[in-house]
Each structure stands twice: as structure tokens, then as C-alpha cells.
Design a protein around this ligand. Structure first.
Ligand code: MG
Length: 341
């Protein structure tokens, strides 16, 4: 749809790195200087009922596109907020300050103050932001240097949006009857919390470690699912004779069971949309192992080697019958949010 904007190849002729449409953040060389402006804009609709946590998730989702570029310091963070015209004044007075407070709480972990960009009314509540960083060329990683034989690492489990959807089904009898023999309501409560805390987790540590372990390219997994984003990323590589092979799908506990029972086949096809998902990173197999080990030491969080870079023609593929890995519930994440595990 947006190709028209970049139809003339000459539009992009420059001796400096530049990204227009397609990947996580715009990379714009600033004339007459050696620095670049990296910027991303994202907004979406609230997907959980807790406004404070939703604010945190929104911030984590917005800044993730810069972390995917290896940016570790964010200079400016602007909040985009549109109230629903269907909200009462009381709802607005309670919900909006909590959303803002959650967004600011996550922003403070990035070391960035928040400005409000717009606060107008809209038929639906919409929340998002713009994150900007001014970087020297060694402060970000152009996502274009995947090498044959690289390992592909994923830093968060999959299934965030399924976890949110199926939780609503507890109150919908015709939907609930499809899954009630597989999971208890408490399991779905726990799943929703785990997914929410995962979405609120920043990809900052992963971005810092991308530099330490010489990441060759990276993107974050959001609306197109792991395979969709792997496909985007492989097409941006300088080496046109490689392909990305995904062999494993780490998922939150019970997500694969409920998805199967409800004919939600996108998960096992690697196409299930995620919100504020993990980073998908290519690096040497040795570095990938060290990366996973160090993220566990620093954040007590698992990262997985989910695939590898093979010879091919610029596509990403999922092997038939990929291994489904059940990601354990993480007590540390529950504790961090003041929740008893
Ligand atoms: Mg992205």
C-alpha cells in the first residue's frame, strides 16, 4: 500500500544508512552532521482492562521499535492519547490518569520524560506514542547483515493476543464450552497476567546485549507474527542468498491448547499477531548461546534459539510441525507487579 511513497529508487540515493518504509524505525541522516534521527510511531487500542498496566504495555510497545534497532537511549517520548466518545466523564477521570501513569512508569525505566502529543476524542480509545533517538552510527544496528549459519534468537514467548482474547471467552457461553474441559478459569487468569506482564516488559536489556554479542540484524515481533516479521527482516538483508528457517515456537503455557481447540491456527503457522512481543535477532550460534545465558542472568528471563539462517532466496519459512516449547510462568514477573504467584 505504501510502496508508492518510495517508487523512485533515486529518492533514496544516499551514501548513509537510511530506512524508509518497512522496518521498525525510520533512520534519517541529519544534514551536515555525523548523527542520525531514529524515530518510530505506533498506536493501538487497549487490549486489557487494567489501565495502569495498559499504559506500561503501550510504552513498552512504542519504544520496542527503537530497541529492535539496537538503540539503548531514547531522547524523546511523546504520548498519543484519544479518549473514547463513549466514555463517561467519570470513566475518563479514572482511566486516563491511570493510562498516563502506567506509560510514565515504563518511560522512567527508559530514563525518558513523557510529553503529551495529542489528547482528543475518538469513537474508540486509542493509545500510542512517538519515540525518538539521536544516534551516532555506532549507537544503532542496521538490520541488514545476517550471515549464513547465524542462529535466530527470540526473547519473549508467543501468544499475547490469544491470551487476551480467550480470557474474554470465560463470559461467552458458546465460546467457553469449547475450552472448559482443557483449562480452568484460574489458568486463563494466570495466562492473561503472564502475557500482560510480558507485554509490559521492556526490550531494553536485549537491545544492550545486541551490541555486546554483535547482532547482525533484528526486528521485534508484533502484528505480523514471528514468521511475518522474519519475512520482512530477511528481505532487508544485503545477502540475497539466504533464508530464515524457524524451527521452534516458544508459547505461554496453555496457549497452544486453547488455540487448537478454538481453530486459531495462526499460532502454529507462526502468524499469530503479538503486542509488544520479543526481539528476533540473528547472530553467530556462539554469541546466541551467550546472549541467552546473559539475559537469564540479568533479567531472569528465558530467550530461545528458534531457528537459523540457511542458503535460500530471501524468504522466511517455518518447518513442518515446529517444536512447541511451553514457556514457564515467571514468578519474578508476577512479583515485580506486586502480584502473588
Ligand atoms: Mg516493529
Amino acid at each position: 500500500m505504501l510502496e508508492e511513497l518510495q517508487k523512485n529508487k533515486d529518492d533514496n540515493v544516499t551514501d548513509k544508512p537510511l530506512i524508509g518504509i518497512g522496518l521498525d524505525a525510520a533512520v534519517i541522516p541529519i544534514k551536515g552532521t555525523e548523527v542520525f534521527l531514529l524515530q518510530t510511531c505506533d498506536y493501538f487500542y487497549p487490549i486489557i482492562d487494567d489501565p495502569f498496566l495498559m499504559g506500561k504495555i503501550t510504552c513498552a510497545n512504542v519504544v520496542s521499535d527503537l530497541f529492535a534497532m539496537g538503540v539503548t537511549k531514547i531522547d524523546s517520548l511523546q504520548l498519543i492519547l484519544k479518549n473514547s466518545t463513549r466514555m463517561t466523564e467519570k470513566e475518563i477521570n479514572v482511566i486516563v490518569p491511570l493510562l498516563i501513569r502506567g506509560f510514565k512508569a515504563a518511560a522512567s525505566k527508559v530514563g525518558c520524560k513523557v510529553q503529551l502529543l495529542s489528547a482528543i476524542e475518538n469513537p474508540w480509545c486509542t493509545i500510542g506514542g512517538i519515540a525518538t533517538s539521536v544516534c551516532k552510527s555506532n549507537e544503532f544496528i542496521m538490520p541488514e547483515n545476517a550471515q549464513l549459519g547465524d542462529a535466530i534468537v527470540l526473547t519473549k514467548a508467543l501468544g499475547t493476543q490469544i491470551a487476551c482474547s480467550v480470557h474474554h471467552w470465560i463470559d461467552v457461553p458458546e465460546k467457553w464450552c469449547k475450552i472448559k474441559n482443557l483449562v480452568k478459569k484460574e489458568d486463563l487468569d494466570k495466562l492473561l497476567k503472564q502475557a500482560s506482564y510480558s507485554m509490559a516488559r521492556l526490550n531494553l536489556t536485549a537491545a544492550v546485549l545486541m551490541h555486546k554479542f554483535n547482532a547482525h540484524c533484528c526486528t521485534d515481533v508484533t502484528g505480523f507474527g514471528i514468521l511475518g516479521h522474519a519475512n520482512n527482516l530477511v528481505q532487508f538483508q544485503k545477502n540475497k542468498n539466504i533464508k530464515f528457517v524457524i524451527e521452534k515456537l516458544p508459547v505461554f503455557q496453555n496457549v497452544d491448547k486453547v488455540a487448537k481447540a478454538c481453530n486459531m491456527s495462526k499460532l502454529e503457522k507462526g502468524l499469530c499477531p503479538e503486542t509488544s512481543g520479543g526481539l528476533l535477532i540473528c547472530m553467530t550460534p556462539e554469541n546466541a548461546n551467550l546472549f541467552c545465558k546473559e539475559i537469564m542472568e540479568l533479567e531472569k528471563e528465558k530467550a530461545w534459539i528458534v531457528g537459523h539462517v540457511a542458503e535460500g532466496n530471501c524468504i522466511a519459512e517455518l518447518v513442518p510441525a515446529p517444536e512447541i516449547i511451553q514457556a514457564d510462568f515467571n514468578p519474578r514477573l508476577f512479583k515485580e507487579h506486586g502480584d502473588d504467584f
